[in-house]
Design a protein around this ligand. Structure first.
Ligand SMILES: *[C@@H]1O[C@H](CO)[C@@H](O)[C@H](O)[C@H]1NC(C)=O
Ligand SMILES: *[C@@H]1O[C@H](CO)[C@@H](O)[C@H](O)[C@H]1NC(C)=O
Ligand SMILES: *[C@@H]1O[C@H](CO)[C@@H](O)[C@H](O)[C@H]1NC(C)=O
Ligand SMILES: *[C@@H]1O[C@H](CO)[C@@H](O)[C@H](O)[C@H]1NC(C)=O
Ligand SMILES: *[C@@H]1O[C@H](CO)[C@@H](O)[C@H](O)[C@H]1NC(C)=O
Ligand SMILES: *[C@@H]1O[C@H](CO)[C@@H](O)[C@H](O)[C@H]1NC(C)=O
Length: 935
């Protein structure tokens, strides 16, 4: 390796410990949790990468404050329009939540926590996890990548808390934990005693002097179920560790900050943060800046996702989908509303798919114009199969649009689809165009045949629009409406049968482009403004707005005058109808249903099915607004039925950082959504927001604890546990996966007298499956007789075993670093040699920092291919950082800065790597999603 070449570079760290933490910790204590450590590292790395990207594009990077919202806006750097941070917050939560789940689901696995001296196994989790993250990023499976990243961070951070690394005097990360091919040296063997007895349980540094002088590595033994440990070994420590009462008593865990271990705890937190930064830098090195930022959730919110029926009669519809897509692509280009991703799935009979996913608008245009209508005949089509691909392939909370003119044939997928809708929180909108092509459907298709479409739309908060082919262009306006970076739902209700009823809704100062959608045949309504002005549904242009009617859809665009205040819509119809009020606003929230879990490190974990009936329903809400979460207060949070009148108020507990824990004692019986009323402190404006995905409680629970990674050709066992309050229940089980990989599992199991039943599902990825392929597995469970049901959604990744762990080499030389004071129009130069020696070969070279133009060539040198870059770097960008990856995702990095060093850097790195940014870590990031200390 060259002087500067290292995948890992340590840096300067400033850690802000927040007092908020204590308040969130019902058990334990201490101020730094996995969530704060991960959050600090993630935000600091995002800031660094955003700054590098901005510099290389020659634009300013000046976040107006330290909130995620302001960071996002500065990163996207688009001058016009409002950006919602909802998706960014969702992405961060995906990382933090998985991190905490390691304590819920894998508390008793020593390797996941670096306990019991399981160093080699624990490192394998880190290196294989990192390979998986990189492979998933490469295939743009960001959710799978985030979840694995969260887990890897947990194990990595645990090393510093659970081993004696800091007791040995180390203050930098242990780099060999990232390299499977390097040894883990000097581990105390099983017969070597490691600790002194500590009767009080809290002794400063109980390690034996011999261990310290010989620099032996050890970690604490943890016994949740048994007090046995090898003779003389250190314990983890604490009340839940049964081994800690066996001599040598006490423990060496630095999870909590106590008077006796404060210095070591702080050191462990600092190194764990540094190590997390190294891990993130390695992933960035493999992914490149742009993909790294997408992994972190820095992307424009809008995603365009079409699922299109391509059977013979669909030519007009396809033409319309094409027109809308092109219109959105062309009209939103360069704005914050420009979609960040395009997804296209076609379905026919019997074929469907594949999923086309691209960030390139031109590719989307091409793919969509290549669609042709043919085949299919008169039969219903594979709509749900196509939708399944879209739901699993699109980012969560996407708007999905289906174009079809026939009922679905694959009705057996209905439950899977509903589970995926609940799990992804995506919204499904359907354009159903009646066709004259069949005798069966002459004229209107009976509603019953389209029932599943109505149900899916309702369940997801979308609309089912029945429209003639000729009127389709008016109906597709709703796609343009919702292709925005800051869409919010203010109200959604459904009545079937219809009912005369008044629905109030509150519009706040932050909203714009308020639009009402009313579906139903022959529905009449009257709209009333806060000032008492009203407008009837027959008045197409009135004092309050304009009303367009197309098919069963009425769309009301409000005028912009006098909007703020309490509005009412009086519905006057006996026919089934839905009412939906949307707007654009940056004030919104994201949410997860959670459960509390106990154990050595209690906390909150996301539920991946429906919440349980009979116990309080808990949610974690994350509010986000233009000026960060501090400016928003929750006044009221409730679960409200969409189709009924049930409402259940929640009690709200503020967690800091924009997070709120809501607890609802008794959820409504029917399908409900979350209604939030709050106040923007900066404007004193009250606001109302509602979620779109319907949820309901159930007496059946399904729990799956899966290792997310599987190897091609090898079968993976996934154990699951089902329970209800009723003993000896028979459960019918149905599992599906979106890649159609073969699975075996019991079709039914009967619970025992303890009312739980256990089963195992085995899934196998074909041997030729590409690394980074993600699989979404859905397990539906229904109790025989009562039809009470629940589901679990599990994301798995296929990862080929990696054998090459040697990073490519990168070498920078011939550096000409003279730059004039006026940096404009001046440049400096450097030459970079890159090679992968005996490895799998150079795959990609990334310029990570610097406004660079380069020329390249490839030569043979001693039997090895050398790639040479001659770089010309703008003098306005004093840093040059180049990463080179091999085919396995190993990263070599070289760095040079011509910035004159003004201040001495406390932690210079042995390899001369760049100091990271001084992290002025914002307090909000102390997100504390799990009430765990570093565990
Ligand atoms: C929102 O309203 C503004 C002004 O009324 C308009 O220019 C803009 O196109 C609208 N945005 C959308 C997505 O309809
Ligand atoms: C808007 O408010 C002004 C002043 O309060 C009132 O005169 C006007 O009628 C209102 N217009 C509408 C459309 O509500
Ligand atoms: C829920 O809270 C609201 C506002 O605090 C109150 O008006 C309403 O009566 C409550 N509903 C129930 C069922 O407690
Ligand atoms: C860079 O690579 C070339 C071969 O392509 C070799 O001749 C040269 O010595 C290398 N320079 C350094 C500094 O590694
Ligand atoms: C290639 O592998 C051989 C044998 O393993 C080793 O001696 C040699 O140093 C390696 N070369 C490079 C460039 O890594
Ligand atoms: C490419 O190779 C030639 C010699 O073969 C060398 O002069 C030149 O500097 C090399 N590098 C680049 C980036 O063109």
């Amino acid at each position: 390796m060259g002087m500067m070449s290292s995948a890992y570079s340590a840096g300067l760290l400033v850690l802000v410990l927040s007092g908020v933490a204590q308040a969130f910790m019902p058990v334990g204590g201490g101020t730094s949790t996995h969530a704060t450590i991960t959050g600090n590292a993630v935000l600091s790395k995002i800031t660094e990468v955003c700054r590098a990207v901005a510099e290389s594009e020659g634009r300013e990077f000046n976040p107006t404050g330290s909130s995620a919202e302001e960071l996002l806006r500065a990163c996207l750097g688009t001058a016009t329009g409002e950006v919602s941070a909802a998706k960014f917050r969702t992405a961060l939560n995906q990382i933090y939540m998985q991190n905490g789940l390691v304590d819920r689901d894998l508390a008793n696995s020593p390797a996941h926590h670096f306990s019991n001296e399981a160093f080699v196994q624990a490192r394998t989790l880190i290196t294989e996890g990192t390979v998986s993250v990189k492979a998933n990023v490469r295939k743009e499976n960001f959710q799978a990548a985030r979840e694995t990243l969260g887990r890897v961070c947990h194990t990595l951070q645990d090393f510093y808390s659970h081993s004696n690394w800091v007791e040995l005097g180390n203050r930098g990360p242990y780099m060999n934990l990232f390299r499977q091919d390097l040894p883990i040296d000097n581990v105390a063997d099983i017969d070597t005693p490691t600790c002194n007895d500590c009767a009080s349980g809290t002794c400063p540094n109980p390690l034996l002097p011999d261990i310290l002088t010989h620099k032996k590595l050890t970690s604490g033994y943890m016994g949740l179920l048994s007090a046995t440990k090898p003779k003389g070994k250190c314990s983890h420590g604490g009340a839940s560790d049964m081994t800690s009462t066996q001599v040598p008593r006490g423990g060496i865990s630095k999870d909590e900050r106590r008077p006796d271990n404060a210095v070591l705890h702080d050191a462990a937190v600092a190194v764990a943060t540094q190590a997390t930064l190294e891990l993130l830098e390695d992933i960035r090195g493999a992914a490149g800046n742009k993909e790294f930022l997408r992994l972190m959730g820095i992307a424009r919110s809008s995603v365009l996702c079409f699922v299109i029926d391509t059977t013979g009669s669909m030519a007009d519809d396809i033409a319309e989908a094409k027109r809308v897509a092109n219109n959105i692509i062309d009209s939103k280009k360069g704005t914050v509303d420009e979609p960040s991703e395009y997804i296209l799935v076609q379905f026919n009979d019997p074929k469907f798919g594949p999923l086309v996913r691209t960030t390139d608008p031109e590719v989307m245009k091409e793919k969509i114009s290549a669609l042709g209508a043919n085949g299919g005949g008169d039969t219903p089509e594979m709509c749900l199969s196509g939708l399944q691909l879209a739901l699993t392939g699109a980012p969560p909370s996407s708007q999905i649009y289906i174009f079809t003119d026939a009922p679905a044939k694959d009705m057996h997928l209905e439950k899977t689809i509903i589970a995926l809708i609940r799990s992804t929180k995506s919204t499904v909108n359907i354009f159903m165009t009646a066709t004259k092509r069949t005798s069966k459907y002459s004229g209107r298709i009976p509603r019953a045949d389209f029932r599943v479409y109505y149900d899916m739309a309702l369940a997801s908060g979308g609309q089912a629009i029945e429209v003639s082919k000729s009127s389709l262009p008016q109906a597709t306006e709703i796609i343009v409406d919702s292709s925005t970076s800051a869409l919010v739902t203010i109200l959604q209700r459904a009545r079937n049968p219809g009912k005369v009823e008044t629905f109030p809704f509150l519009l706040d100062e932050s909203v714009s482009n308020v639009t009402l959608y009313i579906t139903g045949t022959a529905v009449a309504f009257t709209l009333q403004s806060p000032t008492g002005v009203s407008q009837g549904s027959t008045e197409t242009t009135g004092p309050l707005g304009t009303i367009n009617t197309v098919g069963n859809l009425k769309r009301v665009r409000l005028n912009t005058l006098n909007q703020t205040g309490l509005w009412e819509i009086h519905m006057n119809s006996g026919n089934a109808y839905t009412v939906k009020v949307t707007a654009q606003s940056t004030v919104t929230f994201v949410y997860d249903f959670v459960e509390t879990f106990k154990g050595p490190h209690p906390g909150y974990g996301v539920i991946d099915g429906r919440p349980l009936a009979g116990s309080p329903t808990k949610l974690l809400l994350t509010l986000t607004g233009r000026h960060g979460p501090e400016s928003l207060k929750v006044m009221e949070a409730a679960l409200v039925e969409v189709s009924g009148s049930g409402v259940a108020n929640g009690t709200v507990e503020e967690m800091g950082g924009g997070n709120f824990l809501v607890s609802v004692n008794s959820a409504p019986a029917g399908e409900f959504v979350v209604l939030l009323k709050g106040k923007d402190v900066s404007t004193s404006s009250r606001f109302q927001r509602q979620t779109t995905t319907q949820m309901s409680v159930t007496p059946v629970s399904v729990k799956v604890v899966a290792d997310n990674n599987m190897e091609p050709g090898k079968s993976l066992d996934i154990p699951f546990t089902i329970s209800t309050s009723v003993p000896r229940t028979k459960f019918n089980i149905r599992a599906r996966n979106d890649k159609d990989f073969p699975m075996t599992y019991p079709n039914s199991i009967v619970s025992g007298s303890r009312s739980t039943a256990e089963g195992t599902l085995a899934i196998t990825a074909p041997t030729n499956t590409a690394s980074g392929t993600d699989i979404t597995l859905t397990i539906d469970v229904e109790s025989d007789g009562t039809s009470d049901s629940n589901y679990a959604v599990v994301r798995l990744s296929v990862i080929k075993k990696v054998t090459d762990f040697t990073p490519p080499e990168c070498n920078m030389f011939n550096i000409n670093n003279s730059c004039p004071t006026d940096c404009r129009n001046a440049s400096w130069h450097a030459t970079v040699n890159m090679t992968d020696g005996n490895g799998t070969g150079v795959e990609k070279v990334w310029i990570q920092e610097g406004d660079v133009s380069h020329s390249a060539n490839e030569t043979e040198h001693g039997g090895v291919t050398v790639i040479q870059y001659f770089c010309q770097i703008s003098c306005c960008t004093p840093n040059l950082k180049v990463s080179v990856t091999d085919k396995e995702g190993n990263v070599g990095t070289c760095f040079h800065s011509i910035r004159p060093t003004t201040t001495p850097v406390p932690f210079t790195t042995p390899n001369g790597g760049p100091p990271s940014l001084g992290l002025a870590v914002p307090l909000w990031i102390c997100l504390l999603l799990s009430a765990t200390a570093i565990v």
